[in-house]
Design a protein around this ligand. Sequence first.
Ligand SMILES: Cc1ncc(COP(=O)(O)O)c(C=O)c1O
Length: 347
Amino acid sequence: MADNWVELRSDTQTKPTAGMRQAMAAAEVGDDTCGEDPTVNRLEARMAELLGKEAAVFACTATQANQMAVWTHCRRGDELLIDETGHIGNYEAGAPAALSGVSVRTVQGQQGLVDVDRLTAALRAPALIYSPTRLLCLENSTNLGGGRTYPLDQLERIGAWAHNRQLKVHLDGARLFNACLARDYQPQVVAQHADTVTICFSKGLGCPMGAILAGSHEDVQSARRARTLFGGALRQAGIPAAACLYALDHHVARLADDHANARRFAAGVAAIPGIRIDVPAVETNLVFFEIDAAWGTAARFAETLAERGIKMYDVGPQRLRACTHLDVDRAGIEHAITAIRDVLART
Ligand SMILES: Cc1ncc(COP(=O)(O)O)c(C=O)c1O
């Protein structure tokens, strides 16, 4: 086993830096459930402003924030619409059904991005035999979709389409800062097309935990109730909130390094025979690629790479995902490319 891993499985693997740990140690705290944690209050106010919303609430995880939004917008028996690869429908343990009694209706988008034509085809006219469609969930940037981002005009059309049909829009912006950087748009410009927005701090922003849900006063008040219901009401949460404030000051602009490393990784592996990759599709910090079946399965390939100190996820029979972040530098990327080339040359 290698001493120094090149950790490309996920940006969730990032560890707090020394500066972030200091910020946590120095955090002023109070009982957040009583609204008395000054650091949490500062984070919530800052995030509401950044996203152009009336209010925001601190949550333990992006999953929790997303599910607080589902609970807020829907009633039992409703359905939500989401791209077939969406995190809320695939990786949140069936929470829409389990926690809110909401069914998930999937739309076949493109790399996790939906458009008005596909949504129109998926939306059913109201009828007694159907569950009412109440909510549209979007992801920006996409995860399983390949780190793709929405053009602003597409988001605008989708937002108008949904609101004209009395649907609420929730944006799962777990990696919204990555999308903003890739598209050169501001968070509030994107957020204006959604009623509620989730931002995650424990991914590329490098915090140990934490997410924000932003929206109207009314929606955030309801989401606070959901947070209590889901066991996520917090006490001296200023400690993790201080890490989030630190990340806003120090870890947003540097996401550009992760994007540059992802592009370098994509270009490097694209030159290796037996690998299929869409290099121009690499917009943010996620790189998906496929190995030829002649080289064995993606799972076996990931195991072989792990023996050489490179960690990444297999996400399909031949498909792998590499994710760049704060704890992977350019040397690690070059090492990973060389290791992949060597492994395939020997297979
Ligand atoms: C798009 C998206 N939304 C939500 C989440 C949930 O984050 P967590 O597992 O930290 O709750 C993830 C996690 O990878 C994600 O990629």
